[in-house]
Design a protein around this ligand. Sequence first.
Ligand code: NDP
Length: 400
Amino acid sequence: MAKIVCVLYDDPVSGYPSTYARDDLPKLEKYADGQTLPTPKAIDFQPGSLLGSVSGELGLRKYLESQGHTLVVTSDKDGEGCTLDKELVDADIVISQPFWPAYITAERIAKAPKLKLAITAGIGSDHVDLQAAMDRGITVAEVTYCNSISVSEHVVMMILGLVRNYIPSYNWVIKGGWNIADCVARSYDVEGMSVGTVAAGRIGLAVLKRLKPFDMKLHYTDRHRLPEAVEKEYGLTYHATVEDMVKVCDVVTINCPLHPETEHLFDEKLISKMKRGAYIVNTARGKICDRDAIVRALESGQLAGYAGDVWFPQPAPQDHPWRTMPHHGMTPHISGSSLSAQTRYAAGTREILECWFEGRPIRSEYLIVDGGKLAGVGAHSYSAGNATKGAEEAARFKKV
Ligand code: NDP
């Protein structure tokens, strides 16, 4: 029988909800590329309930315990003596979410001799040292597509929020003001602007599709070019390098995975090639941007705004400069954890577990590492290596 350690974010400060704002979720048949939604044999939760926090347990307890397995759920994941470290010692499986990531570093892997499977209940497995996982033969899987559209909606919201100066204007209302000039002195229309995505995968392309009706000029760069028919349908301009693309963009949205090739891609040098007054929206991973270069660019006016929901490390310590830099529209890492997305990634996690325990293959679209190498979707979109360095700083976060 297996021991599963599941690391989830804390319940709401007001307690686990007993009621919700809405009664149902729309029923989706399949994703835009035809991929089927998660197909577990059964689920033991109400779609639309809070599953991603500790008491939600991803809806897994009944299923796992009925099979004789042990489930430990905790949010205590950082710092010496944390519950994760104590429980990982004899765990077979670890489940974590990118929003509140259990950093599975080489040191942790070395102290977890039985660990065989690391599941990301979401998308993006950069919180696992993939090289160390490969070396130890640990399988890494994520729930591809489960929240890609959720994130693309958040990106569109953030682009409009930044360009139209929404948050400062909202704050004037809260302060009791009617300060039109203060609000509009940094407010523009997106119509006619050039927007470019770094990566046109599931999220990147969905962002471009959603921005087309705003009459923006659409650009992308990616390791693999999209089919000509797609470029034509949406009027996309392809750039072979990120440098070529950022030079012409008013807005850049980052939608590639974090792996050694993309770590600190947006550094001082690349940002200096952008148009003065450009905006960056990064919902991919905090480490794709150089933290201090972003702050300096906002202070100097090289960037007019920066928004996103991804930080490094997570949770970000109270003194993380992105909390206080000018012209930002940051949220905690929430874009991929709407109640709608949670239903899909909880079901996808259950599907992966069912496959694992029943000896059935995990869908290749869910695999990142398998058999000691990058596999499935991981072989297409990631490069080998480790992006967890510096994760120990997450222990400096203090709950409020
Ligand atoms: P996809 O795998 O569909 O897309 C990733 C794309 O990135 C692929 O097209 C890949 O190219 C491309 N890519 C990889 N490396 C580079 C590079 N060096 N330069 C340009 N393009 C590159 O994943 P999703 O779109 O679903 O998700 C993308 C990322 O977004 C995730 O990895 C994750 O980090 C983040 N994410 C964030 C969430 C949040 O809550 N904020 C939730 C979900 C995801 P190719 O395959 O052609 O090689």
